[in-house]
Every structure is written in structure tokens, then in C-alpha cells.
Design a protein around this ligand. Sequence first.
Ligand code: SF4
Ligand code: SF4
Length: 180
Amino acid sequence: MLVDFLKGSALALKHMGNFIIGKGNVTLEYPEVKREQPAFFRGRHRLQRYRDGLERCVGCSLCAAVCPSEAIYLEAAENTDENQVSAGERYAEIYQIHLLRCIFCGFCEEACPENAIVMGASYELAMNKRTDFIAEKDDMLDPAEKGFGDYHEYDPYISHVTPESDKSAKGDPWAVKAEH
Ligand code: SF4
Ligand code: SF4
């Protein structure tokens, strides 16, 4: 009994000591300090760009088709010589994700052939209005100056993507076939 008491007291003193020197704190001064998430974390979506600034999304709708919550709505439009938005023939003119429907399963990310949609690190989802939970394309799209590069370090699913694989993804597959 005395031994248990001493063990318990020692544990309490240890935690008190750690608290005093600030070691092992599990609380953060949120929102000033945000918790770092592991690489596999599935937070708010991001739409990525190629290094040259072109959008990766080609408006194919595979992400919307695979989404079990029917949370994605998009409308595609044709790229033109005057208005080249993405690396493909088409781009997503409208791209919305309903965050109240989304279950953050990551299927959209896995289905995307262009590594365009990825689950990011942000976990902040507090809004004042229901309509604010509809994330628009501009809410998710990487800024134009953030092309392929350091910005992608965080994403495990695209760590295999290199500038070389970007080049072949953007190449015309029929042209490659004709060469052989
Ligand atoms: S995010 Fe990917 S899967 Fe979805 S429409 Fe764009 S290219 Fe297709
Ligand atoms: S994470 Fe899942 S539920 Fe959310 S938009 Fe993507 S596929 Fe749909």
C-alpha cells in the first residue's frame, strides 16, 4: 500500500515537474499555434498547378464520379489559344466541394489522373453560414506563383511526381504513339 502511494506520488511529482518546465505539453495556443499534421492527414482539399502555373485539373469529372457523398460539382470548359488555363484540352470552369457532405475519404484524390485534387493539411472548418461550406475553386486553387515544386513537399501521394513525369503527362499521347 505504501509502495503504491509512493509510486503515485512520484508520478504526480514527475508530471508537475514537466508542467513547470513546459516539457510534454499537449495543449497548443490555438489559433496562434496550429498542430502539425502527419503526411497522410486528409484535410481540406487543394487544387494544384504545374510548375509553369497551368492548372492540373482537366475537368474530367472522375473525382465527382467516385465521390461517395456526391460532394463535388464541376463544369468543364474548353481551353483556347487565347485562354489556356490547364494543361489538357479542357479545364474546370466551376469546381465546388460541399464540405458538409464531404466525409474526407480521399477517394477524389486517389481517382484524379492529374494529381490535381489533393487533401491538404488544413483542418479548420468553422463557418458562420451553411453556404460558406461550399468551397469554390478559388478557395482551393494554389496561387499562380506556386507551381510544381516546394509547395508539394507535404503530399505523400504526389511525392513520386517529378518535373519529368509532368512533362510526359502534358505531352500528346497520340504524338508519342505515332513516333513508334
Ligand atoms: S480534379 Fe482530377 S479527377 Fe477531378 S476533374 Fe480535375 S483532373 Fe479530373
Ligand atoms: S474526400 Fe471523399 S467525400 Fe470528400 S469530396 Fe473527396 S471523394 Fe468526396
